[in-house]
Design a protein around this ligand. Sequence first.
Ligand SMILES: [Zn+2]
Length: 255
Amino acid sequence: MFGPVPRLLWDRLVSDEIDHEHRLLQALNCLLVETPAGRVLVETGIGDRIDDKTRAMRQVEGPWIAPALRSAGFDPETVDVVALSHLHFDHAGGLLAGDGSKAFPRARIVAQKAEWEIALGSNPRLVASYVQPELQLVHAWGAESWADGEREVLPGVSVVPTGGHSAGHQAIVVRGGGAGARTLAFFGDLCMRPWSANPRWVTSFDDFPLDSVEAKASLFARAADEDWIVVLSHEPFHPVGRLVRDRDRFRYEPG
Ligand SMILES: [Zn+2]
């Protein structure tokens, strides 16, 4: 999780969260964006199609995205767009239900074309985080509406390529309407947890870490200067907050 950052610096940040198997507690945050033009779901989590061994190894707990949406009062059939920051297993796993049917039958899937290409490619280092047999099942669905660059998927809701964490990683940016409305950003795995606010703190499973550092520095500067609402991808405790400038880096303030 902390890539090149020495343990001395990160240890105290997570000392309450690490279990006896040295696993770190991570949330799978999914964001539902309600607009006059339709509903956008951002991310789908790990899903319900993992085998028992993987479930135990990762100690996956809680409902997958479809029942989670229903218990929040939303029918998955009413989702118009599913926007995925990238296609790693913990973000794209919930596109299909346990029985293999589409979990969001009316939705367009929007991930970057470059992400699909690398996810289904053959580089052994890069494919480790993708579950290719599962992605093959949804490839045609994803190809109907993938983005090739920045795109507004519904009025006010855009996907913005960032690269870094994965080749085709994208941020999702929601611009509020009306005077005084704030912009909201979901930076995907470029901003997993509060400590991700430092552009140089990148994980060892960022596929292109130097691109991450650069993308984070420029995106976070905008988010801080324009006081965007920021939603963290894997933060269990305080997933919604803002970024503020702090010396040569940024700091995450929950709220
Ligand atoms: Zn992730």
